[in-house]
Structure formats: structure tokens, C-alpha cells
Design a protein. Structure first.
Length: 171
């Protein structure tokens, strides 16, 4: 049925008093498609801000970890460990924490998505909670990349540690 035929039928039904209102599946499908398209920029903003937030949190936690353990790391360097070994001392911990965070994030993210979609429901539109498996792959790869970048920055910082100054300072 074409758009003009739907309009004619709707006008006839309303004119006779046979219906208080009309709604056609094709019109509703088009409307829902438009709603989904308008949500794409909002979703992209959420993705961007989530990525920035996760990077900043990971960077700050790593900096705090290094700052609080500067004497320990300086001692390890003084004992003859190479810069790469000292960096791996911190990196191993961050890799474990990143893996735990990713797995925890899968569950929390799914729950948060379900909550948001439930809040967006109307009597006419119900959004199913569907996450493309590729989304999990992309989010994991992004977190791995963020972890790698933070570890490179941390490695550079650990190379510049003033071992004598750190060991002389009192807590």
C-alpha cells in the first residue's frame, strides 16, 4: 500500500467515525528508523567520552602507582635491573588490572545499556538489548591500545628516575 493510499484510508476511517486515530506499520517503521539515526551522534559522543575517561583513569592510576613506589623502583634500578625490567615490573600489574577491568566492564556495560534502553522505552517502541560481538572486540582493542600508550609513557618516565634523589628522600 502506497503512502497516498494509506492517507486516503485514514481519512475515510476518521471521517466515518470508525476510528479515533490511525497508524500504519510502514509509517511507524520509518519513524523508528529516524529515531535510531538521530541517536547515532549521541552514541558516538558517549563512545568518545568513555574512551577519554578510561585513558585518563588508567594514566592517573599508573602515575599514582609509580609515584607511591618510587623508592622501591629506584632500589630495583640501583640493584642493577635494566630499565625494561623495571618497566615490566609495573606493566605486568597494569596488564592484569586492565584484563580484570575489561571483563568487569563487559558486565557493567551490558547492564548500563539495558537500563538506558529500558528508560528510553515508550508504549509504542521497545528497544532490545543487542550488542554486536564486534563491539566487544573493538572495546577490548581500544583498552589494549590505551594500556600500551600509557605503558610507553610510563617507561619513558621510569628511565628518567633520579635514583639517588628518590632514595635520599624521606617518607
Amino acid at each position: 500500500m502506497s503512502g497516498s493510499q494509506r492517507n486516503d484510508l485514514a481519512h475515510q476511517l476518521l471521517k466515518r467515525g470508525a476510528a479515533l486515530g490511525t497508524s500504519f506499520k510502514a509509517d511507524e517503521t520509518k519513524s523508528i528508523g529516524n529515531m535510531g539515526a538521530t541517536l547515532n551522534p549521541v552514541v558516538l559522543i558517549f563512545i568518545l567520552l568513555s574512551g577519554v575517561l578510561s585513558f585518563v583513569v588508567l594514566y592517573n592510576l599508573t602515575n599514582i602507582n609509580v609515584s607511591e613506589r618510587i623508592r622501591e623502583l629506584s632500589t630495583i634500578k640501583v640493584l642493577g635491573f635494566y630499565d625494561r625490567e623495571v618497566t615490566m615490573y609495573i606493566v605486568r600489574e597494569n596488564i592484569v588490572m586492565t584484563i580484570v577491568g575489561i571483563l568487569f566492564g563487559y558486565g557493567v556495560g551490558y547492564g548500563l545499556l539495558a537500563y538506558v534502553l529500558h528508560q528510553a522505552e515508550t508504549t509504542q517502541v521497545i528497544f532490545p538489548v543487542v550488542i554486536n560481538p564486534l563491539s566487544y572486540v573493538w572495546s577490548t582493542l581500544l583498552m589494549a591500545a590505551f594500556t600500551g600508550i600509557v605503558m610507553l609513557v610510563t617507561h619513558k618516565r621510569l628511565q628518567r628516575i633520579d635514583m639517588v634523589g628518590a632514595l635520599k628522600s624521606s617518607e
